[in-house]
Design a protein around this ligand. Structure first.
Ligand SMILES: Cc1cc2nc3c(=O)[nH]c(=O)nc-3n(C[C@H](O)[C@H](O)[C@H](O)COP(=O)(O)OP(=O)(O)OC[C@H]3O[C@@H](n4cnc5c(N)ncnc54)[C@H](O)[C@@H]3O)c2cc1C
Length: 410
């Protein structure tokens, strides 16, 4: 009989884990807390790097991203005076010619979950996990906020950065770390403005403003997609985040000679994604216990500046499925999964924390960062993806069971 897998969370890691587990011969069911996918709008759009697309291709789901997104293979950096600093590739090119893509967050959540459902994965919406424990038969029993109960052989917590599963596995697990940044984003449909920007197709433009970091791209249909990172010492409440949004950002961008303020001003309220606190999740000591495991942001959220959160979640999903396929004993499979993933994701978290630290600093430190950044960026650009090759060139081979490393003991 096929093993039953309960996947908690229908974000990014959830549907991809479900598709990968289904391919590995398990029987997945996804339980999502909200009544629909992408109910919460945190951030406007996402960049899915080539390593993530490659992992998705192992479960034949990369076309979900390429079908709704567009290629953004290049990063370009500019100063607050709109002076070009450097350009560099966001990863390389996959054998079929695919490069890093950008996609609206809401579209991606909806498309991945729709694809899993189309493949026959069972979904239960409006099911918020509250608790879980082991059954006498050695399985897992999950309890939901609506009072219902579900039994499974393995429970995968794909429930994001504020994961309940992480806490159930280890009540002493660390909480998400606030990065000192509030993010905002939006979309603009203004033909005149987008042609005036004269942006290179496929280029993601990053601006080191004097007081805020700003990124934008022009999609093939002319729509402008943007985000901003604003240094903010203390975490803001939901009400403060809403109030905080546009006016504060406009004030911070006023000192720059870039198109950023005009892009923000041209964003209608309906197309503005309200402010959100930014976090990462450094080292989580315990990823699994008694048939329960965490994947994606629940286990190791990387700062958004790394552009790797989706890719890490997807790599986890495929690797976990390969482990559960090849190692019959669930505990051994979960240990092998951690063994295979931990070093890599923690290295990416460290890289993300460094890059977002550059955006969060204030006062004198920020001035120093601003002065030194062009030097480091030009140096990095001259190396191509050289120093980040370890991040972008990671590949998972579904067919190759030996890709699962032996367990480390002691
Ligand atoms: C502003 C911003 C910009 C970003 N930009 C990028 C980028 O450009 N590229 C990139 O790769 N990454 C980016 N990231 C990171 C990326 O969004 C995350 O790494 C990714 O969404 C992680 O996927 P996940 O499925 O682990 O978690 P999530 O996407 O958070 O999904 C978790 C799901 O679990 C559900 N859930 C939560 N609790 C429960 C519960 N108790 N019971 C049932 N369901 C539950 C939630 O409703 C949600 O649907 C960005 C993040 C932010 C905040």
């Amino acid at each position: 009989m096929a093993k039953r897998a309960l996947v908690v969370g229908g974000g990014i890691a959830g549907p991809v884990t479900a598709m990968a587990l289904q391919k590995a011969g398990l029987e997945p069911v996804v339980c999502e807390a909200y009544a629909e996918a992408a109910a919460e709008q945190i951030g406007a759009y996402l960049t899915v790097a080539v390593n993530g697309l490659s992992a998705l291709s192992q479960v034949n789901a990369h076309h979900v991203v390429t079908g709704i997104g567009h290629a953004t293979p290049t990063l370009s950096f500019a100063t607050s005076a709109n002076k070009h600093i450097a350009a560099m590739p966001i990863g390389g090119v996959l054998p079929d010619g695919t490069t890093t893509h950008s996609v609206k967050r809401r579209d991606l959540y909806r498309a991945l979950n729709a694809e899993a459902a189309r493949r026959g994965v069972r979904y239960e919406y409006g099911k918020r996990l509250m608790d879980a424990s082991t059954t006498p038969e050695g399985g897992v029993r999950a309890v939901f906020a609506d009072g219902s109960v579900l039994d499974a052989d393995v429970l995968v917590g794909a429930d994001g950065i504020h994961s309940r599963t992480r806490q159930i596995i280890d009540p002493d697990a660390p909480k998400a770390r606030y990065l000192g940044i509030v993010g905002l984003g939006g979309f603009v449909t203004d033909r005149a403005l987008s042609s005036e920007l004269n942006a290179e197709p496929g280029t993601y433009n990053m601006i080191f403003g004097k007081r805020a970091f700003f990124g934008y791209l022009v999609a093939p249909d002319g729509e402008i997609w943007w985000f901003a990172n604003v240094p903010q010492r203390e975490e803001l409440t939901k009400a403060e985040l809403v109030a905080h949004s546009r006016d504060r950002l406009m004030e911070l961008l006023a000192a720059d000679r870039t198109p950023a303020a005009r892009i923000v001003a041209a964003t209608t309220n309906a197309d503005l994604v309200p402010g959100f606190n930014q976090y990462d999740m450094p080292s989580v000591p315990c990823w699994h216990r008694d048939g329960m495991v965490i994947v994606g942001d629940a286990a190791h959220a990387v700062a958004s500046s790394s552009g790797q959160g989706v890719s890490m979640a997807v790599e986890d999903a495929v690797t976990l499925a390969v482990c559960l396929r090849d190692i019959p004993d669930t505990a051994g499979a979960l240990a092998a999964f951690e063994n295979r993933r931990r070093d890599r994701v923690e290295r990416v978290v460290e890289y993300g924390a460094k890059t977002s630290g550059d955006k969060a600093t204030g006062g004198l430190a920020r001035l120093v960062v601003r002065l030194l950044t062009p030097y480091f960026l030009r140096k990095a650009a001259s190396e191509g993806i050289g120093s980040l090759q370890w991040m972008y060139d990671h590949r998972i081979d579904w067919a190759d069971g030996s890709a699962v490393l032996p367990l480390q003991h002691g």
